[in-house]
Write a protein that binds this ligand. Sequence first.
Ligand code: H79
Length: 740
Amino acid sequence: MSVFQLNTLCRLIPVTGILIIAAACFSCENPELDNRSVTPEKPHGRHQEPTGEWHDNKFSMFIHWGIYSELAGMWNGEPVTRGYSEQIQAHAGIYSDVYARVANRFDPQKWNPDSIAFLAKEAGMKSVVITSKHHDGFCMFDSEYTGYNIVQATPYGRDVIKELAEACERHGLNFGLYFSLIDWHYPPAYPISSHNADFIPDKHHQYNMNQVRELLTNYGPISELWFDMGSLDPGQSRELRELVHSLQPGCMVSGRLGNDMGDFTVLGDNEVPGYTLDTPWQTPASMFDETWSYRSWQERGDPSLKIREKLEDLITVVSRGGNYLLNIGPRGDGSVVQFEKDVLHGIGKWLDVNGESIYGTRPAGFSESPPWGEITTTDNRLYLHLTSPPPDGEIRLTGITGNPDACYILDDPDITPVYTVDGNDIIITLPSEEDFHDIRVVVMHFDNQFMILPHTLTDTLPFEEKLVLDRQNSHKHYSFSGVDYYSNFRSVVRESWSMPSVISGEFSATLWYSNAEKSRLVELVTPDGIRLLKLQDGEKVPVKGEFANQELGPVYINGPHVSRIDRKTGAESEIDVNRPWPTPMGKSWERAGFDNGHMVERPAQRNQCWYAWQEIKSDGGGELIVRLVRTDGLQVFLNGREIYLHNNPQKMKQVEDIVLLPLHDGSNELLVKFYNRFGRTVKFSVDHNIPQVLYRKKIEDIILPGKAGQSLSWHMHDPVSVHSNMDMPNLRLVLDQKSR
Ligand code: H79
């Protein structure tokens, strides 16, 4: 059978998130089923599932406080409007020795660690993370490796990190430390660039290692070490990670350590993702987009608007499985700004009443957020956060199996919206006399465990005895992978398919893979166990007979463009990737000479990108393999839909991906975005002159028990880290029904 035929066979409709509440999706108790079954080894990220104590924090306090706070965003009597105020040394162009003199007047008489811990408690936060050392290199803790620290260099002379650690201990809060990996005061760390992501010279790395050892030895249990900035090599990241874990195995390392070495992933500052992540993660958030540390002239506005903004972000982050780390910037005298207190009190007041919908919850597993808000869940409850209540007051929840037995508003359980059950749907009508201006939470309570089914799956799914499972119809399990602050992407760490219970019986199973996946090890999880599969010894199958009925147009390129994607909306700044043709933004497209795998090199500044576009005409659809070589990350769109996203987390000089393009009948548009991180140029090619072959390999039969919630999934056997991209874009499993 050719791949072309495969494509036309019945496909499972794209399956989106299925979640079995409080029940393991698959049991792995029967290893004899396949003599190659293995217990998967855990890769270096220690937390495969977003569970555990750190993850239950949900809401934490970040504190940016240092000698920069004393300057309050002012230099020579003028406001410094460029950059963040904690980086005023760089943005006002202050010489290191001049800046260092600020320490001589740092005397925070209003510093009160207990009142800060108390404020965090009142806000409903579970931990506190403070800057032990920011980019200015000034240590807020006593260090034997530099005299540039609060104990030795200020009139105050007290170790505020120790004091806050003890206060948090007293108040039952977890305590974490921010530690900048760059240093503007330490000469071996020079030269310094404005992007704050320079490589770390060896001597500087040793200095960082020494200070991290101090921080993890002298301050009691540290719940997280929040490394930030710099661009470490993988060996440096590993050394720091191992140092932290050897001193305090329970300390969670932030992903900003780089090279996928973090225990938890840190998204961009104030970034709220539009997807659920499968690995532990956090959003760091500042009160104001313009600064993290105190500035006297900050316009703060109406606290109630800020409460609303931050509360919505908290709810969204928790609904997608993350923790929210909200920052305050105390003044140089140690006092907390009233506005920031008001905001924290406001959020705390909401959590006092509605905290049950946040703490101890998980993402609900619906494929998309509903238009009216966000959903979290526990064993037998759904929490519906009404951030934009529906104008007609009607909420429809689709694809739920379970018996609802109560519905009420969390802040007033006497208010009980009417609900009706219609098959797998639940329709809730909000009482029209109620005011939903503030964020209110509707609780849908079930008599027992319940299950959320992907809404695309129904018992009437057409099923013609053959299932094709691949990247096109999988549910993706995401993490966030990358080298450093500027180079990261949403990675796919697992793919799964949920089957309705009508699909049952014995299936013969065939794996298909391309040269991209060859010799990789993949773990296939079926309802009866885990199998370790090596992608080798497959039978070679040509893809659609070497371009038969396909006409490849010339490749055009266009650039450079700004490659940053708007973090909130996902909107692209300069080019509409869904409709690239004809010429975007008046920039003309040039013909690229990619013949015989030749790469082109084009100028690009940091974080700019180039696009390549090609029309592929195909008679009757079929497939085509393309090889994409380049110096950094790439994003592949086919007919306006993103089909592949891959970065260069290992910092290799050159990376290639082999991507199978599922073509439709007629004209197809291939658009590839080639990123540039720090280079002055970007080099890339679009190459079709490669073997158009796939491999086919029969594996042991698979039995589907026909139970609700049954699913298949796969992931890499031994990834470098839990955040690593699966990197197997063309893997496919075909199931043929043998018997029911
Ligand atoms: O501690 C906070 C920031 O100071 C630190 N990370 C958070 C948690 C951070 N350091 N560098 N960066 C974040 C990114 C650097 C952004 C920059 Fe710019 C872009 C520096 C110069 C150009 C932002 C925009 C700051 C000044 C202008």
